[in-house]
Write a protein that binds this ligand. Structure first.
Ligand SMILES: Nc1ncnc2c1ncn2[C@@H]1O[C@H](COP(=O)(O)OP(=O)(O)OP(=O)(O)O)[C@@H](O)[C@H]1O
Ligand SMILES: [Mg+2]
Length: 319
């Protein structure tokens, strides 16, 4: 007997896995927060229960992207144990199914949270009763940013079609990969080799992670195979923002090709978002462009991105 729609949906919900998605980029001002906020909004619109997390602790502004005042409770309240559970630090956004864990108003020290605090935060985020936790990890390649990115099920790297952004994006992925390779091994020798490879002027001719793995393999087949497994399970997804023409669109393909050739990674190109006046105009009005200008190309791009990401992750919606 065929299942009723409500039964199918509830079945999908119970079998669906809670996921952590993150948006990074290495560089500031390239649209990470706008992409995070609008992806989150669209996911919620499509029936997902979403928590947005502003992990850009030094310069949190996700609430402003959503047109909200500074939330009373923030991630700092949780870090400093002023609230008992992470749920108590969540703010409603006004959109059904979409809540926010703000990083706003944080002390400077919060930008340098310790490893154990980070582990505690991620553990709590994973235990939230939602479908997707979507993290804006901010700019830069600090260990905090890299770890949030590496621990995500869906790791999105935003870039704009400008040389400095492309360079920073590539460097972010490379740093994340080295960190992943280093933390995955117990062998002091392999750790030393990773440290050596991260020095761009090392005297062993190790210029890329591909060089590093070949070198480790020569000495220790098993350690080399473990490194290859780590590399194959790291699948960053590129999103190119502020696209103006076809030449801008292909930037994502170039990034994927560079990751394959130099980093030995199977990255993918999820899609792009057009540059549009409607986007920055909405920002000035403290509104999200996807609600302020729903018929704009940028809004349609976000809807397409969301569908593709959901399809890729098979969250049970059948897209
Ligand atoms: N697709 C777009 N079209 C037009 N303008 C855009 C677009 N994307 C971003 N912008 C402009 O770029 C500005 C920066 O965006 P956003 O705050 O999301 O960047 P960010 O990467 O989060 O920056 P930061 O690193 O400082 O947190 C926006 O306020 C907006 O004016
Ligand atoms: Mg931002």
């Amino acid at each position: 007997m065929a299942l009723a729609v409500s039964e199918t949906l509830s079945l999908a919900r119970t079998t669906r896995r809670r996921q952590i998605w993150s948006v990074g980029g290495g560089k500031g001002g390239i649209g990470k927060s706008l992409i995070t906020a609008s992806l989150g909004w669209q996911l919620a619109r499509m029936g997902q229960r979403v928590v947005l997390v502003d992990a850009d602790l030094g310069g949190a502004n996700l609430h402003t992207c959503l047109g909200l005042p500074t939330p009373e409770r923030t991630l700092t309240d949780f870090i400093q144990r002023r609230v008992d559970t992470i749920e108590e630090a969540l703010a409603e956004t006004g959109a059904p199914g979409l809540r926010l864990l703000s990083g706003a108003g944080d002390l400077l020290t919060a930008a340098n949270i310790k490893h154990m605090q980070k582990v505690r935060i991620l553990k709590k985020l994973r235990s939230l009763d939602v479908d997707v936790v979507l993290i804006d990890i901010g700019a830069g390649t600090s260990f905090n940013s890299l770890d949030f990115f590496l621990l995500s099920d869906v790791a999105i790297l935003a870039a704009v079609p400008e040389p400095s952004s492309i360079e920073n994006g590539y460097r972010f992925i490379k740093s994340a990969l080295y960190r992943r390779l280093r933390t995955a091994t117990q062998s002091p020798w392999v750790r030393d080799m990773v440290d050596l490879a991260t020095d761009p002027k090392n005297d062993q001719g190790l210029r890329t992670p591909v060089d590093l793995v070949s070198r480790v393999e020569r000495e220790d087949l098993e350690a080399g195979a473990a490194m290859r497994r780590e590399m194959s399970s790291f699948r960053p997804r590129f999103v190119v923002n502020e696209v103006r023409d076809d030449r801008d669109v292909v930037v994502g393909h170039h990034l994927v090709a560079a990751c394959r050739r130099h980093l030995g990674l199977r990255a993918s190109y999820t899609g792009y978002v057009h540059f549009e006046d409607a986007v920055w105009r909405a920002v000035r009005r403290r509104r999200l462009f996807i609600t302020d200008a729903p018929t704009s190309r940028a809004a349609e791009d976000i809807r397409q991105l969301t569908r593709d990401l959901l399809k890729g992750e098979s969250l049970g919606l059948g897209y």
